[in-house]
Design a binder for this molecule. Structure first.
Ligand code: SF4
Length: 534
């Protein structure tokens, strides 16, 4: 029997690794050997359903399983419909977070024969074992029940058994645990299972050594609260420093469990931390079974900041009890802690979560279909949600995509304008951009804000900062060899002043002479060099 397990990724990126399907393929290979040949296929959201179906049929499978998430449900079901049309005998099934959360909805689709809810490794072995023995897909659909894997040590590693070759991908997903000790109402992670189950340390060590030997450059750690068990987290961080010092790791952590030693261990490796802030209001977070202590949060972030560890936050708008003003205050609080990036999302009321059960009582109006986003609440009107969406867009483009960390604080302080207002105004500015070059758009926007205040001089210094850091980031992060840039003030003097600790735009205005010029930025030994041209 031939089986195709399909991962549909958002886009080609270092995160686009089919770890879930590969875990299932490993379990099947161990259980059935050659009696079941499993192929893992990578597809992408920019492919049409026909292209996806064509690719799947190339391997002439007898059965096809889709790994279904919120973002790929529609494409997966449209592809399944074409597959069934072309090959009515084909067995089609689905698993993954979306199929688990909306089991009835997915099972109700005529193209899906059965759903494997929850963790799939033991369930898929049982289901396909029964099919190999002659059971029908309808039998499976009628009898299958979620079965969390009690002991993760019993699962084979798809990396170590050769199912998933790290060298075939530009990044790796690295599962360290399953489950979460917290119970946030909007999240599906902790439902159905109690507590955390961990991957044994011997396997963690072996996979880490394989990543390092395979030349993996980025690893995304799958553990929603990596530092919850402090001792275990520190053990992994020491292992990374020892075995994989050149790989960049991405962790999701909770601020409560950071301590001085942990901050230093994070600082000793290449990593970026993501912290789920969601809101800076304790009463809002309490309504979704989370808590927040601003003092403790700031103190823990200070440890990371002082150790030089890059971190970013997640924020959600539309939470029950929150308002546009409350969201803006949360965003401004988050920005005051100088994150490396700030990811802002509209609340989704996901099927299967506690929030979905309480939404009516809370007065939350939300989409009934994927992506289940909130449409209004008693404290957050539809218009306010649209404004929050614009602020989120402005933040993403100006701050995250625009790599504004080095200059944003200086400019914001001089403008005396809250970040939320700057982001909202940038979203408006983006409606008629004068260039396709984001650095130029950022520079023009900032100059316009200063012009409004009658402070053109400060605007032109700010523009030079945006130009330098925007193009320097292009060189270091995007791998461009060199690039021309125009400055209004002496760029060499500007950099000297910044290195000497020039900490306000006002100081820079007084100390950097006007010198309109063209300059060449280039990368030499990993450092950005600037040469003023004639
Ligand atoms: S949001 Fe994070 S901390 Fe809360 S339940 Fe989900 S995974 Fe756990």
């Amino acid at each position: 029997m031939k089986l195709a397990l399909v991962a549909i990724h958002i886009e080609a990126s270092p995160r686009a690794v089919p770890l879930g399907p590969a875990m299932l393929a490993s379990a099947l290979r161990r259980a059935f050997g050659l009696a079941l040949q499993t192929q893992v296929l990578d597809l992408f959201l920019n492919q049409t359903p026909s292209q996806c179906a064509e690719r799947i049929l190339e391997s002439s499978p007898d059965a096809v399983g889709f790994s279904m998430y919120l973002w790929n449900r529609t494409l997966a079901l449209e592809t399944a419909a074409i597959l069934k049309q072309r090959r009515p005998d084909l067995i089609v099934f689905a698993g993954g977070a979306e199929a688990t959360a909306d089991l009835r909805g997915v099972l109700g689709d005529p193209s899906v024969d059965f759903v494997l809810p929850g963790e799939g490794e033991e369930l898929i072995v049982e289901a396909l074992g029964r099919i190999l023995q002659g059971a029908s897909p309808a039998d499976i659909a009628a009898s299958v029940k979620p079965r969390p894997v009690k002991d993760l040590a019993t699962l084979p590693s798809p990396f170590l058994d050769g199912t998933l070759r790290p060298a075939d991908y530009s990044g790796a997903l690295w599962e360290l645990s399953r489950g979460c000790p917290f119970k946030c109402d909007f999240c599906f992670e902790s439902r159905g299972t109690e507590g955390i189950r961990r991957i044994p340390m011997e396997r963690v060590e072996a996979e880490l050594e394989l990543f390092a030997a395979s030349g993996v450059r980025e690893v995304f750690v799958l553990d929603p609260t990596f530092n919850y068990h402090k001792a275990g987290a520190k053990q992994v961080l020491r292992l990374i420093a020892d075995r994989a010092p050149d790989i960049h790791f991405f962790f999701e952590i909770r601020s409560e469990f950071i301590d001085q030693e942990m901050a230093e261990l994070f600082a000793a490796i290449r990593c970026t931390l993501q912290i789920g802030l969601q809101s800076a209001h304790d009463e809002v977070l309490r309504s979704i079974s989370r808590t927040f202590n601003a003092q403790d949060f700031e103190a823990k972030l200070l440890l990371l900041h002082q150790a030089g560890v890059p971190y970013g936050f997640d924020l959600i708008y539309g939470l029950p009890g929150d308002s546009l003003e409350g969201f803006c205050a949360s965003l401004d609080f988050a920005m005051s802690l100088v994150p490396n990036h700030l990811d802002v999302f509209r609340l989704s009321v996901l099927p299967g979560t506690r929030l979905a059960e309480t939404a009516v009582g809370l007065g939350l109006q939300h989409q009934e279909q994927n992506p289940y986003q909130v449409l209004s609440s008693p404290t957050f009107s539809a218009e306010d949600l649209e404004r929050a969406a614009r602020i989120a867009l402005g933040c993403d483009v100006l701050y995250n995509q625009g790599r504004a960390v080095p200059w944003f604080g200086l400019v914001q302080e001089a403008l005396e304008m809250p970040p939320s207002e700057i982001f909202e105004r940038f979203a408006t500015f983006l409606e008629h951009p004068e260039s396709e070059d984001l650095t130029q758009v950022q520079g023009a926007f900032i100059a316009a804000l200063f012009e409004e205040r009658g402070d053109d001089l400060m605007g032109s210094i700010a523009g030079d900062l945006v130009t330098y850091f925007g193009y320097a980031a292009e060189l270091t992060e995007d791998g461009s060899a060199s690039r021309h840039a125009s400055f209004q003030h002496d760029p060499e003097a500007l950099l000297e002043q910044l290195q000497a600790g020039g900490s306000s735009l006002e100081e820079l205005v007084f100390s950097v002479p006007s010198r309109p010029c063209e300059a060449l930025l280039s990368l030499q030994d990993g450092e950005v060099c600037l040469e003023i041209l004639a």
